[in-house]
Design a protein around this ligand. Structure first.
Ligand SMILES: [Zn+2]
Length: 350
């Protein structure tokens, strides 16, 4: 990035114009990338004068002056740059690749959006485990029986989500409630998540992974379904350390606001995941959508929390998919992509 910063003075404009005239130039066919891409990549703005066919690219006080078809540009009104010409054609400006690179070097890239509300941790909860197998179905093919257990699918998908999510996010810690076939009481899962919060303002997200089943041995119900806590379910979400410093009335109001915020964020996270799953796993129905249900883990995690049912174990088509590691992999990729998209929104918006 240029270090010389000079205000625009009439003398500079004259010098700039003279330099361009001296530099001369020929006719060039439009080649390269639209200038909009350069502006997007650098965060710069363009002033273009259609009459003189000259432009100024501004980033803060740094500037690049150029004319269509000219091999010379002027940085910060003083420094000559030899470039492959930027060309104006049919109402658009095109920047040749070498010039594009040189100007990106000169102006700097746009930094990542600031993390206004950093997420501290993402808890991936693999449902069931150990002596609790979750839903179970046995399939017999040619006299050979295979028993499928929800706890195994949930753990496998949760571990795959961790692998897929790790390279997609920069900052939040990813925590699995269990990483092997062990039994955990439901409160242990939510306490683990709640205890990650060292400061009352720490943001944590909770995603529980399960496999669905209906009452029948085999049913027609299929696909992905995502649950969040019904807004009518009242709960204490304000941290005790904060609540005890406040008047009871104020504490109740803040608690309500926090509950509403968590509900809204849970729904947003649910839709982000559903949308990504629809892209990564097009063969699974998503019509069941994002719905309310009073599950222990979504109720007791004091944070945006959802429960993802990744298919029905008692539907033969879904079970065939769940039993296929390629399906579980793409399901994990979809859930991870949805979480990553939601984290970005969560951290950079409002
Ligand atoms: Zn379950």
């Amino acid at each position: 990035m240029g270090s010389r910063r000079s205000p625009l003075r009439p003398r500079d404009v004259i010098v700039f114009a003279l330099l361009l005239v001296i530099a001369g130039g020929g006719l060039y066919a439009a080649d390269g990338r639209p200038i909009g891409e350069l502006l997007e990549e650098t965060g710069a703005i363009l002033e273009w004068d259609d009459f003189s066919r000259s432009g100024m690219i501004w980033k803060g006080l740094d500037s690049i002056g150029f004319m269509s078809g000219e091999e010379i540009a002027v940085a910060d009104f003083t420094e000559l740059m030899r470039i492959e010409p930027i060309v104006y054609e049919l109402g658009r400006l095109y920047v040749p690749d070498p010039t594009f690179e040189a100007l990106v070097q000169r102006l700097g890239r746009v930094g990542p959006a600031p993390r206004l509300r950093p997420v501290k941790a993402i808890v991936i909860d693999a449902g069931h485990g150990g002596r609790d197998p979750g839903a179970v179905r046995t399939v017999t093919v040619d006299g050979e029986s295979t028993m499928y257990m929800e706890k195994e699918f949930a753990l496998d998908i949760a571990q795959r989500i961790r692998s897929e999510l790790t390279p997609l996010i920069d900052g939040p810690e990813i925590v699995l409630t269990r990483d092997s076939d062990v039994f955990l009481e439901l409160p242990e899962r939510t306490e683990l998540a709640n205890n990650l919060r060292e400061d009352p303002l720490d943001n944590i997200l909770f995603i529980s992974i399960h496999v669905n089943s209906s009452a029948a041995l085999w049913g027609d119900g299929r696909g992905v379904e995502i649950f969040y806590l019904p807004p009518t379910q009242r709960r204490q979400v304000l941290e005790a350390s904060v609540a005890e410093t406040l008047e009871p009335d104020i504490s109740a109001i803040l608690n309500n606001l926090k509950e509403e915020e968590y509900t809204w964020e849970s729904v947003q996270m649910g839709y982000a995941i559903l949308e990504a799953v629809a892209t990564y796993v097009p063969e699974t129905p998503i019509e069941r959508g994002v719905r309310v249900a009073n599950f222990h883990v979504v109720r007791e995690a004091r944070m945006p929390s959802i429960l993802v049912e990744t298919g029905f174990i008692n539907n033969r088509e879904d079970l065939a998919l769940l039993a296929d590691s390629a399906y579980r992999q793409r399901m994990a990729e979809g859930v991870a992509a949805g979480i990553a998209a939601y984290v970005e929104d969560f951290e950079t918006l409002q």
